[in-house]
Design a protein around this ligand. Structure first.
Ligand SMILES: [Zn+2]
Length: 616
């Protein structure tokens, strides 16, 4: 039976182009997951967008002499192009600076406020003594009071995962200029997480199928849940929808709060743009819907605790009770898929340290599927993994080109040369049947891994079918069967069927190559649909409330796509004898082995001096 699947993908922050570390943890894996489910006939809604509020964008815009909006506009467009170029098949990739997003974020806040789960509190805020400006949490660094880690951020310790308040840090210092911040009194709204803790714990304990590390991590933090600020002293963000607050320039919703609501607001925007404004409810109000959230490991807390807590509070399911707001009884995540980090020779990818390979450079030079393959087979799925050019060359040349590309090329070439079409098979031998059985079984094996987001195991199983087909050709030697046309036809028909099967199994991983293989086997039309970039204007309604919303008519690009038209389905598609074949061209370009030693000109391999800091 077909399922309803929400694929919710972490929102990239709009302060620069994407590097391959950004897309390897959750961008490409979430796309593989969505494509598989569409091929299974499931009703998939895949949403994301750029996260555009918060201090870092403001600080960067100041430094560049532009406005935050201009900076966000620029990088939103760059990121849209990066992700569309990779073939990430969003139903909608939008942004947080839309009228609709403001309205939905404000409604979630208002609903929590009505139910008593956001409460005002006088707190201490940090300011920079030298400029007098608010110093955001993430620009304050110090020693974690819980675990003693020295590089803890003002809002969170990346070492122990605990939420922090900047005033708690031991020896706090500004990351901007090293000075000690000054703490002053300020009023803010806080999410009453302790009032939601028991509902949250009960829900977490029901998540039996989660990865044990995610579950353990989340349950361990329950006892330490403290109220968490949902508003901030900042003039760039979503206005607080309460009397006396809405028109204040210096108080906005905290960026983490508005950004995490993006999954919901993007679903609503998708529905409005698709012409059926209520259509989003199918993915949010039906308890049978599977909702899978994809993110990096530093974001688990937001998706396994804080976002579920917001939803529980909005529904009125915490200790203080309450009623669901007009958006209804919103469903909590069913699956939280976190990834580790992609590193380059030991360093976490980071623009500040200069070890960066940008997606757009990569796509221009090698196309999307070589990178998608690398990420699937050697990416940071369950442990930090290292990208090296040597490994990239090896995977591309020996696995993609020699194994898969060559299988397609030589089987289609032989059939084309000897028959000009897909030949009609005679009786099958045991060896023929054995190979066909291996391929047929692959759909279940690979599919089971994909359904559980085990991408590495999934692609390894798919490649085992490719290896089996190559071995079969070597064993059968169809080029020596010129005098036995029927046997030659049978062997080639068998191997072409398995090429078609392997291509189906590889489609979620290599959608661009899959389209070409489909056409090489005589197929016509769209096998694997690709995302499209559409220019739209912000003419969205701002319901149910909208205060201080962005102006009507602002233009922006979205990623969307017509995925219904694709023919790819997750089962054997029988090839048709007599289908004309043409001489194939190579599927993958082999890379010059020297690339593994030097790297490309735009990202050369440099031997970096050892890092001075003893970073954990
Ligand atoms: Zn810590």
């Amino acid at each position: 039976m077909s399922k309803t699947v929400l694929t919710a993908v972490a929102w990239p922050y709009a302060n620069g182009p994407r590097h391959i570390g950004h897309v390897s943890g959750f961008g490409v894996p979430s796309d593989i997951f969505s494509r598989y489910h569409r091929m299974m006939g499931d009703r998939v809604l895949m949403v994301s967008g750029t996260d555009e509020h918060g201090t870092p964008i403001l600080v960067q815009a100041d430094a560049e002499g532009s406005t935050a909006r201009e900076l966000a506009d620029r990088y939103n467009r760059v990121i849209v192009e990066d992700l569309a170029g990779l073939g990430v098949s969003y139903d909608l990739f939008t942004r947080t600076t839309t009228r609709n997003h403001y309205a939905i974020a404000q409604e979630v806040f208002a609903g929590l406020h009505r139910n008593g789960y956001v409460v005002p509190r006088v707190t201490t805020g940090a300011i920079s003594p030298s400029t007098g400006r608010t110093l955001p949490d993430r620009y304050i660094e110090g020693t974690c009071p819980i675990c003693g880690y020295d590089g803890a951020r003002g809002d969170q310790c990346d070492n122990c995962g605990n939420q922090l308040d900047p005033a708690d840090l031991i020896n706090p210092r500004s990351k901007v200029n090293g000075e000690t911040p000054e703490f002053v009194e300020t009023e803010h709204f806080f999410l009453d997480l302790p009032a939601l803790a028991s509902a949250l714990a009960e829900w977490l304990k029901s998540r039996e199928d989660w990865r044990p590390n995610v579950l353990r991590f989340s349950l361990n933090l329950i006892d330490d849940l403290r109220p968490r600020a949902v508003t901030r002293d900042i003039d760039w963000g979503v206005p607080v929808p309460l009397e006396g607050w809405a028109d204040r320039a210096d108080k906005k919703l905290y960026v983490w709060f508005d950004a995490v609501i993006g999954y919901l607001s993007a679903s609503v925007e998708w529905a409005v743009r698709s012409g059926d404004p209520g259509a989003w409810r199918e993915w949010w109000l039906d308890p049978e819907t599977e909702s899978a959230y994809f993110m990096g490991k530093d974001n688990i807390t937001f998706h396994s605790q804080i976002w579920p807590a917001l939803l529980l509070g909005y529904r009125g399911l915490g200790d203080k009770g309450g009623e669901p707001g007009p958006l209804g009884e919103l469903e909590l995540p069913t699956e939280v898929v976190s990834s580790e980090y992609l590193t380059m020779s030991g360093s976490k990818f980071s623009t500040s340290r200069g070890t960066v390979i940008y997606v757009r450079d990569f796509l221009r030079e090698y196309g999307p599927d070589a990178l998608r393959y690398f990420i699937a087979v050697a990416g940071p799925e369950n442990q930090d993994s290292d990208f090296t050019w040597e490994e990239f060359v090896r995977r591309t040349n020996f696995e993609l080109a020699n194994e898969w590309g060559n299988l397609v090329n030589r089987s289609v070439s032989m059939a084309h040369k000897n028959f000009g079409e897909i030949p009609t098979p005679g009786p099958l031998t045991e060896a023929d049947r054995a190979l066909l059985d291996v391929a047929a079984a692959g759909f279940d094996t690979v599919g089971a891994h994909l359904a559980r987001s085990r991408f590495k195991q999934a692609i390894s199983e798919a490649m085992r079918v490719v290896t089996a087909a190559n071995r079969y050709i070597s064993d059968m030697e169809p080029w020596k069967l010129k005098d036995d046309r029927e046997r030659q036809a049978t062997v080639l028909h068998t191997v072409l069927q398995v090429v078609a099967d392997a291509n189906t199994m590889l489609t979620p991983f290599l959608p661009h190559a899959a389209q070409r293989v489909f056409e090489t086997l005589g197929g016509a039309g769209v096998w694997a649909a690709q995302p499209e970039v559409h220019e739209v204007i912000d003419d969205l309604p701002a319901d149910p409330i909208g205060v201080g919303i962005p102006e009507l008519g602002h233009p922006y690009p979205v990623i969307t796509g017509d995925y219904i038209v694709e023919q790819a389905v997750w089962r054997r598609t029988e090839i048709v004898a007599g289908t004309p074949l043409v001489k194939p061209s190579p599927l993958f370009t082999k890379l010059d082995p020297s690339l593994g030693e030097t790297g490309p000109e735009w990202a050369p391999i440099v031997t970096a001096p050892a890092e001075p800091e003893g970073a954990a």
